[in-house]
Design a binder for this molecule. Structure first.
Ligand code: ADP
Ligand code: MG
Length: 334
């Protein structure tokens, strides 16, 4: 009897793996030709523009195999891209997945990763239309490209914020950053907090509903902390802003953990990464409509500050003094 020395992944090979992926793909009527040809063919809805975004996820830079189980890593690697399309007020439609896989990676890991990726795709009606598959000599490298569509007048950019607009956020801030801090310190993380880091929900429904209702002037998804990400809105809009610390939406888990964990809660809520909530601006006359729209979408929204005409973004303590926030979010080359 001979024993094969090759791994299950090597036995399957590049094309075996691609077929395995292709067999489980959710399809949509907009996909004319999906996986299996030299290029995918898709039909954009009449009158709509196409939106495109791409992201890389690198082992030990964006994720650790010890913390991120493959299923949730698969979900998250698509969720963060869906979030980018949502942040433009657009509908995510098609995705490309490129993988550089270390040959020794267990086939089980790959299968569960794909299962998670395709579950997220189906949840948001996104079709995997292609990608690339290679072997990697270092860690697992994931590259996700996503395309979406929207009518030109309903696309929301970072550049539309006007002085005196309200600054809003969805959900709660800082949960993912706190979960990461707890993991890094070897602490246990509650079942409510952990998914905020490992399995974020992109806010597509809320974003498209607000955009289609014409209620908002600018929008971004919060991946690097509200200070940095609102900072991008401010910069692109040629405005500034004031964020009130006592208005920041914090979850009950965040509050109870941060009470007995030696971190500065505001710092995490302002500059921690990976919330994948939305930050948007809206004219103050639309306050009630924004709240009504969010309610319809089943999501909490909180007014956290005001857009200013003078540049610079400040965070303000309850007593009115300015809080010295570390305004920069995560930056790869620092
Ligand atoms: P080419 O040699 O033209 O680059 P490939 O052999 O790389 O084609 O890919 C064959 C088909 O499989 C293409 O449709 C490609 O988009 C798709 N594909 C390759 N890798 C993946 C992947 N990881 N996920 C989804 N589709 C993939
Ligand atoms: Mg190829």
């Amino acid at each position: 009897m001979t024993h094969s020395t090759t791994s299950p992944l090597a036995n399957l090979g590049e094309f075996g793996l691609i077929s395995r992926i292709a067999a489980k793909v959710f399809t949509h009527e907009s996909v004319v030709t999906g996986i299996g040809d030299d290029a995918a063919v898709t039909a954009i809805s009449a009158g709509m523009h196409m939106l495109t975004s791409t992201d890389m996820l690198l082992e030990d830079v964006h994720f650790r195999r010890t913390w991120h189980d493959p299923y949730r890593l698969g979900r998250k690697s698509l969720a963060v891209s869906i979030s980018d399309i949502a942040a433009m007020g657009a509908i995510p439609r098609w995705t490309l997945l490129s993988l550089a896989i270390p040959p020794e990676l267990p086939l089980d890991f790959v299968d569960n990763y794909i299962r998670g990726f395709l579950a997220m795709a189906e949840e948001y009606q996104v079709t995997l239309i292609g990608g690339d598959t290679c072997s990697s000599r270092s860690g697992l490298t994931i590259s996700v490209t996503i395309m979406g569509e929207q009518y030109p007048g309903q696309i929301v950019r970072r550049s539309g914020a006007m002085p005196e607009d309200d600054i809003w956020v969805t959900g709660t801030l800082g949960d993912a950053a706190l979960a990461l801090k707890l993991l890094e310190s070897g602490e246990t993380v509650s079942d409510k907090l952990l998914p905020r880091l490992l399995d974020p929900n992109p806010r597509v429904y809320a974003a498209t509903t607000l955009a289609e209702a014409g209620l908002i002037t600018a929008m971004i998804d919060i991946s690097d902390g509200i200070m940095a990400d609102y900072g991008h809105i401010a910069e692109r809009s040629g405005v500034g802003g004031c964020i009130r610390l006592d208005e920041l939406p914090l979850s009950s888990d965040f509050l109870s953990y941060s009470a007995h964990f030696p971190v500065i809660p505001y710092q995490l809520a302002l500059s921690g990464g990976e919330d994948y909530e939305l930050c948007f601006t809206a004219n103050r006359n639309n306050r009630e409509k924004v709240v009504g729209c969010a309610k319809k979408c089943g999501i909490a929204v909180t007014r956290i500050g005001i857009v200013s005409s003078s540049p610079g973004v400040t965070a303000v303590n309850p007593d009115g003094s300015s809080y010295k926030a570390q305004t920069e979010g995560f930056n790869h080359f620092k």
